[in-house]
Design a protein around this ligand. Structure first.
Ligand code: PAF
Length: 288
């Protein structure tokens, strides 16, 4: 496995290697990421993973500085999975000057849900993904990129970006990897205490309960409010628990049929510290 740091090194490592299958990550890899690598290996001639904690997608009060950086362990896991190339740029390699040109995502899709609670998040994600795609695919004439469906809105935003900019890149979504309890695997699960890890299964359970109730009919806004209240009663601070259409993430007129997804984001162990929400913020979703 080759480890490269600059865009130039990456491009020369990719020369004559065929069609890349690319998995962008922020490192601290777990089984969920490794399942993306396995999927990528089935769809390209050369498998590339990037490890880069992207400052642009963190709000000032978020965990950019404390985000776990576990480079050596990540590389060992990637090598064991048969990844061919790791692209691990330093900040100066990806952003040699202030990144003043940014990719502004469609607000209809990006200013709701995660974008509402984390303003600027999708601008940061789209900007780095555009740059990573240029690094990996500009000299290869395109390829495949793999993202986890746990970040449901993120994949939708990236698919739209690729489509609108006519980029020759196929986006594959991989099913969410889960612990036996149902908890979606996430790098931020590392922030949870043992006790919280057990309690954390309540988020996926709440989404299942909401999806089942929505299918039965009834007032969706009331069901969503009830789901939030139930989670709050368990000590969580939910940002949203909601049922949306899979096609555009808007509320359905009737949740008894159609291709829907229940999405949730909530803080576990939330207690306000100096007016800032505390705890660990987890997200999850369930297609139904
Ligand atoms: O999903 C992530 O880990 C990040 O948002 C991504 C796509 C690697 C961009 O920094």
């Amino acid at each position: 496995m080759q480890i490269v740091q600059t865009i130039a090194e990456l491009r020369s490592a990719l020369a004559s290697r065929g069609r890349p299958a690319f998995v962008p990550t922020m490192g601290n890899l777990h089984e969920g990421h490794l399942s993306l690598i396995r999927l990528a290996r089935q769809h390209g001639d050369v498998t590339v993973a990037s490890i880069f904690v992207n400052r642009l997608q963190f709000l000032p009060h978020e965990d950019f500085d404390s985000y776990p950086r576990t480079f050596d362990a990540d590389c060992a896991k990637l090598e064991a999975e048969g990844c061919d190339i790791v692209f691990a740029p330093k900040e100066k390699d990806l952003y040699p000057e202030a990144q003043t040109f940014k990719v502004q995502a469609d607000p209809l899709l990006a200013d709701i849900l995660e974008g509402h609670f984390r303003p600027g998040f999708f601008t940061g994600v789209c900007t780095v993904v555009m740059k990573l795609f240029q690094a990996v695919f500009a000299t290869t004439g395109g390829g495949v990129a793999v993202f986890g469906k746990k970040d449901y809105q993120q994949i939708m935003v990236i698919r739209r970006m690729v489509q609108q900019f006519a980029m020759p890149i196929e986006i594959l979504g991989a099913d969410t990897a889960r612990a036996g309890s149902g908890l979606a695997l996430s790098s931020r699960n590392g922030y949870l205490s043992d006790e919280q890890r057990v309690q954390a299964m309540a988020l996926s359970q709440a989404l299942k309960t909401l999806a089942d109730a929505a299918r039965q009919g009834g007032n969706l806004a009331e069901l969503e409010a009830q789901a939030m209240a139930d989670l709050r009663a368990k000590g969580w601070e939910p940002d949203y628990l909601t049922v949306r259409q899979r096609s555009n993430l808007l509320s359905p007129a009737d949740a008894r049929s159609g291709e829907l997804v229940a999405l949730g984001a909530a803080r576990i162990g939330a207690h306000a510290v100096n007016g800032q929400a505390g705890g660990t913020r987890l997200i999850d979703n369930l297609e139904f």
